[in-house]
Design a protein around this ligand. Structure first.
Ligand SMILES: Cc1ncc(C[n+]2csc(CCOP(=O)(O)OP(=O)(O)O)c2C)c(N)n1
Ligand SMILES: [Mg+2]
Length: 553
């Protein structure tokens, strides 16, 4: 079948999906496609998150085959929005009513083209059967080029019923990302040499380019500290001596002080977006010169004025700069005193986290969970997070030591992402341990996928932190609404027991030490696992700016 041939030409080996009568011909053709593994999910939205995470780990679009026009398609909307806001490459193929019925308010007819427009990079509706492979090929090209994103291909169901002659389908073209020219590189070099306190600020562009080693070589050569943007704490291995962690409201005070006090910020593959800056100068000195390097020219200078905007691949610029600059030994760096101060402060921060994580009190504080995770997670582990207070508190605390290893909801800020994203990441990197962190609320939204995990032997470890509340939101009711709690409490089943009923492994933790033990057992167990941890309902944080202000007063 031409549609399957088009997937094959794009190199597809995994297809996530939930079946339905609008695309059954494609399902039937998939039956014979022994080179493609089909992973059937329990909710289209979760399937989108799997495809999203799969795309982030493999750098190729995750594919979701949606069976049903109308309701099935509508279930994809949030997942698409999520992928769009994460600039994640996804190709979703879905059905439409037959062309004979379109426009008549037919059964399951929703205006899908319009519905998908704001939540995708592109929506395509195939007009003729012989153009199906062309549209699918185009979807892959668009999803994975420049700044990536999700693409939907709508196919009216009757278009599958035609015998068509198609020419052999060519794979999508390889595209080389642009590099910076010599004059630009020379300007950056001059700015670095004239600087007294330069800082590197790095984000997703470095991850997408798999350019972490290029960035650290550049940083090492010139002794420039590295901070990361929100959600990208895996931009370089966290134990790199020049790594300071996340800056801004979701980061830590040491990294934020570095960017606040910098006179030159070298921004590699990052936008200075909302979660990193709140679009304010709080952690970015208005006097600092910013050199922003991003593959997307629209990102340059969008939220903060730049001294130099470079539309190029961030990794290639780091590599070129490293090649053209002389080594500055640590002891001779003009910013040596600043570096020593930051490294001392960073050590104190890390030690503080370890002491807080060593608490044996009950109920457990999330810091204890993160500390135990740091002890036992393997070096190549992948972590996924949800929005919610436990996710927020984890962002700058996880032992991300392989790039990429952190998958978060990013700017979509959604609850109910982490578990499904972990399953997609595991399908992408079967050999890597995947640990998905989320709250009891978020896991409850997506727990149907436990059965998917067992059925398809996707053995991730879900670490569900049960505080009995929609924690991030109850924090606001506690801090601003005189503790008038409404809608804030959640009663959950023992998720570990539910996982056992599904056929996986389950662990229940209430004591310090229990999380590390459970993770170790889950890694050895060889089955999908859920660790249900009881945590302190009081350890929730209200995140809004006014809340921060109140805490500082
Ligand atoms: C899909 C979605 N629904 C609702 C929200 C609003 N919201 C943000 S955080 C949060 C609480 C999450 O609770 P839980 O998953 O238990 O994590 P906790 O904050 O307790 O750690 C809610 C409801 C959201 N961000 N996304
Ligand atoms: Mg909760």
């Amino acid at each position: 079948m031409a549609a399957i041939e088009a997937l094959r030409a794009a190199g597809v080996t995994k297809v996530f999906g939930l079946m339905g009568s609008s695309t059954l011909e494609m399902y039937d053709a998939l039956y014979d496609a022994r080179d493609m593994e089909y992973i059937g999910v329990r909710h289209e939205n979760c399937g989108m998150h799997m495809a999203d995470a799969y795309g982030r780990i493999t750098q190729t679009p995750g594919v979701f085959l949606c069976g049903q026009a109308g309701p099935g398609s509508a279930n994809m909307v949030l997942g698409l929005a999520q992928a769009k806001m994460a600039y994640s490459p996804v190709v979703a193929i879905t059905g439409l009513p037959s062309t004979e019925h379109l426009g008549r308010d037919a059964f399951q007819e929703i205006d899908q083209h319009t519905m998908f427009l704001p939540v995708t990079k592109r929506v395509m509706t195939v007009p003729r059967p012989e153009r199906i492979p062309e549209f699918i090929g185009e979807a892959f090209r668009i999803a994975n080029s420049g700044r990536r994103g999700p693409v939907v291909v709508n196919i009216p169901r009757d278009l599958f019923n035609h015998e068509i002659d198609v020419a052999p389908i060519a794979p999508p073209p390889a595209i080389t990302a642009p590099a910076a020219d010599n004059a630009t590189l020379e300007s950056i070099k001059r700015m670095i040499l004239a600087s007294r306190a330069p800082v590197i600020h790095a984000g997703a562009g470095i991850k997408w380019g798999r350019a972490s080693a290029k960035l650290t070589s550049f940083a090492d050569k010139l002794q420039i500290p590295i901070t990361n943007s929100a959600g990208h704490a895996d931009v370089v291995p966290v134990d790199h001596p020049l790594y300071a962690g996340g800056m801004g409201p979701r980061g830590n005070p040491v990294a934020s002080a570095l960017t606040r006090e910098a006179d030159l910020i070298l921004a590699f593959g990052t936008r200075f977006g909302f979660n990193t800056t709140f679009y304010k100068h709080t952690d970015i000195s208005p006097d600092a010169k910013i050199v922003q390097i991003d593959i997307d020219p629209i990102a340059l200078g969008r939220y903060f004025p730049v001294a130099l905007g470079v539309a190029a691949d961030a990794g290639s610029v780091a590599e070129a700069l490293a090649a053209m600059m002389d080594v500055i030994p640590a002891a001779q760096a003009p910013w040596r005193a600043r570096n020593e101060k930051f490294q001392r402060e960073r050590q104190a921060l890390l030690q503080g986290r370890e002491s807080s994580g060593a608490s044996t009190g009950k109920p457990l504080h999330p810091d204890v969970i993160y500390a135990e995770l740091r002890q036992v997670a393997p070096r190549d582990a992948i972590f996924t997070l949800d929005a919610g207070t436990t996710g927020f508190q984890a962002t700058d605390q996880l032992p991300c030591r392989t790039v990429p290893s952190l998958i978060t909801p990013l700017d979509c800020g959604m609850v109910g992402f982490s578990y499904a994203a972990g399953l997609g990441a595991k399908v992408a990197g079967r050999k890597r341990t995947v640990i998905s962190l989320m709250g009891d609320g978020g896991f409850g939204m997506t727990m149907g996928e436990m059965a998917t995990a067992v059925m398809h032997k996707i053995d991730t470890i879900a670490l569900v932190m049960d505080n009995g509340t929609w924690g991030s939101e109850i924090a606001y009711q506690r801090d601003f609404f005189n503790q008038r709690y409404i809608g804030a409490h959640v009663l959950s089943p023992r998720f570990d027991e539910v996982m056992k009923l599904c056929g996986g492994n389950g662990y229940f933790v209430t004591e310090a030490g229990g999380t590390a033990d459970a993770i170790t057992q889950a890694m050895a167990g060889g089955k999908p696992a859920v660790i249900h941890v009881k945590i302190d309902p009081e350890a929730v944080v209200s995140f809004r700016k006014d809340a921060l202000k109140k805490r500082q007063d």
